[in-house]
Design a protein around this ligand. Structure first.
Ligand code: SF4
Ligand code: SF4
Length: 173
């Protein structure tokens, strides 16, 4: 043990606290639907199909992005001609529902130019993924507290039963 401590004192710190700094090469993409023209370039460049384009209704397109399928490769950022895709620092994928991991919007399509104009948001992502992780941590802590108080209650009940039994055996002796 002392040898390990002596070696680490001699070596010093060899890791960096934040090696990626402000230019981390990971993080989920975020689409600014107001800039987006529904040109499909991002969907075509996405290797995992995390970005999907829907054309079920004539004259209208939907664009959806699912963080559940995203591998944070940033191909969509480079592929967007409108600079509508940026990268957030969000990296955690912890959620209660699939809706939290998705965002989607509808666009009206100009019949002549094929260009889309943002109409409305179809799916709002739920509260942030970090917030989701925090909620999960709080829930685990609550369950732990309940388990601990349940154990205390069982211990108290067992000790009451033991004292009642010992009283009974004293009277009958
Ligand atoms: S970062 Fe990569 S995987 Fe994620 S949506 Fe963009 S292209 Fe698809
Ligand atoms: S590439 Fe850009 S403009 Fe085209 S659909 Fe994707 S986000 Fe919208």
């Amino acid at each position: 043990m002392l040898r390990i401590i002596a070696t680490s004192l001699k070596t010093g710190v060899i890791t960096e606290a934040n090696p990626f700094g402000a230019h981390a090469s990971f993080g989920f993409p975020v689409i600014d639907f107001n800039r987006c023209t529904a040109c499909d370039e991002c969907a075509r460049s996405c290797p995992t199909g995390a970005i999907q384009v829907g054309t079920a209704v004539p004259g209208r397109k939907t664009l959806s992005l699912s963080y559940a399928a995203c591998i944070q490769c940033r191909e969509c950022v480079a592929g967007c001609p409108e600079e509508a895709v940026s990268v957030a620092n969000e990296i955690e994928v912890a959620a209660y529902s699939r809706q939290q991991l998705a965002q989607a919007a509808s666009f009206d399509i100009d019949a002549t130019t094929g260009r889309g104009t943002f109409s409305h948001v179809d799916v709002e992502p739920g509260f942030g993924l970090s917030a989701s992780a925090a909620r999960l941590r709080a829930r685990i802590a609550l369950i732990r507290r309940r388990c601990e108080s349940g154990m205390k209650w069982r211990r108290r009940r067992a000790s009451r039963r033991l004292s009642a039994e010992s009283r009974r055996s004293r009277w009958s002796a």
